[in-house]
Design a protein around this ligand. Structure first.
Ligand code: G3P
Ligand code: CA
Length: 334
């Protein structure tokens, strides 16, 4: 129905700006606490986020856990705890560890490895790297936390689940999509289309979720840059054309573009201009949920306020993945 109304309004030349854009806490309140920890999710819930994001990969025993990468090394102490368990490429794959082993790891702020081999914080001004007692949660544990907080606060904060590298999981002999749907079934979220959104960079996985696994949940096609080497056989340049957007509308409800795909920003003046992608998507009845607002890693020449204004007022984004849900909530509430 939403799509029909949008299409009708577009035909009449009426803008389809979202009345209530969504604050999507990107990996939780990850600007303040280590990403994807339950603490970061509780903080984002308290900040009034509409949805909390879960990136999901599987353990060796096939359990969905909330972790951004298929690798454990950027955000846990796995290298110190299990020094002999790296693959030939030197990486530590979550899929090679049991849930019991992953539970024993200490999660921390995201790190990057320098040429010297030393790890340092990806965002140095964020939560200290060496303090805290954080762990990697399962998807079920995180859903239980959100359900509990919704009950105790009377809020209706939703889940926004990304299937990470589903094609790679298939090649390794695992069905990530089925595993996630099983947890949603177990927790009673199967058909709560107002409380759960599924997202993926891989179009084939989204088509499968819609047409083979028959999920009624909203689906968002994430749009990467072709140079990033995302999972699956996807041409993200083609997705951003009129034909590509029309194709996405046959299996998904919206797009999740990278902010530079929506906006061209003049670094000298801070002026922002639409690339036309948001308009194209809205005309096709798709919602637009760009990623990612980082107050400590903004595009050159633009402030947080200006970026929020460009996203919500110029291109009329229907939601925003944000590491700083308090700032996005405050902007929208104003
Ligand atoms: O899922 C939206 C956004 O999170 C995509 O980028 O790499 O942070 O998962 P990434
Ligand atoms: Ca994500």
């Amino acid at each position: 129905m939403y799509r029909f109304i949008c299409a009708l309004l577009a035909l009449l030349g009426i803008s389809v700006a979202s009345a209530n854009p969504l604050v999507i806490a990107h990996r939780g309140a990850s600007g303040y606490l280590p990403e994807h920890t339950l603490e970061a999710k509780a903080m984002a819930h308290a900040m009034g986020a509409d949805f909390l994001e879960q990136d999901v990969v599987l353990t060796a025993d096939g359990i969905p856990i909330v972790l951004h990468d298929i690798h454990l090394d950027p955000t846990t102490d796995v290298e110190e705890r299990f020094p002999d368990r790296a693959r030939e490429d030197g990486r530590y794959y979550a899929l090679d560890f049991s849930l019991a082993e992953i539970r024993s790891l200490r999660a921390h702020e995201r790190t990057v490895k320098r040429d010297t081999g030393e790890r340092e914080a990806a965002y140095p001004g964020r939560f200290p790297l060496d303090t805290g007692h954080f762990t990697v949660p399962t998807l079920k544990e995180e859903i239980d936390l959100i359900t509990g907080l919704n009950r105790s606060t009377g809020r209706h904060t939703g889940l926004y689940i990304e299937l990470k590298a589903p094609q790679w999981h298939t090649q390794q002999g695992y069905d990530a999509a089925k595993a996630v749907l099983a947890v949603l079934e177990q927790t009673g979220y199967t058909d709560q289309s107002d409380r759960v959104i599924l997202q993926c960079f891989d179009a084939a996985t989204l088509r499968r979720l819609r047409h083979e696994l028959n999920t009624p949940l909203p689906l968002i096609q994430l749009i990467a840059d072709n140079s990033w080497g995302e999972d699956g056989d996807n041409d993200y340049d083609a997705m951003r054309t009129a034909a590509g957007i029309a194709d996405i509308a046959t299996y998904a409800d919206g797009i999740g573009p990278w902010i530079p795909q929506l906006l061209t920003i003049d670094g000298a003046s801070g002026a922002a201009f639409s690339t036309g992608l948001a308009e194209l998507a809205h005309e096709a009845g798709l919602v637009v949920h760009p990623y990612t607002l980082r107050a400590d890693d903004l595009p050159d020449g633009i402030t947080v306020e200006q970026l929020h204004t460009a996203l919500f007022e110029l291109v009329k984004a229907d939601g925003l993945f944000t590491d700083f849900p308090d700032l996005t909530r405050a902007f929208l509430d104003r």
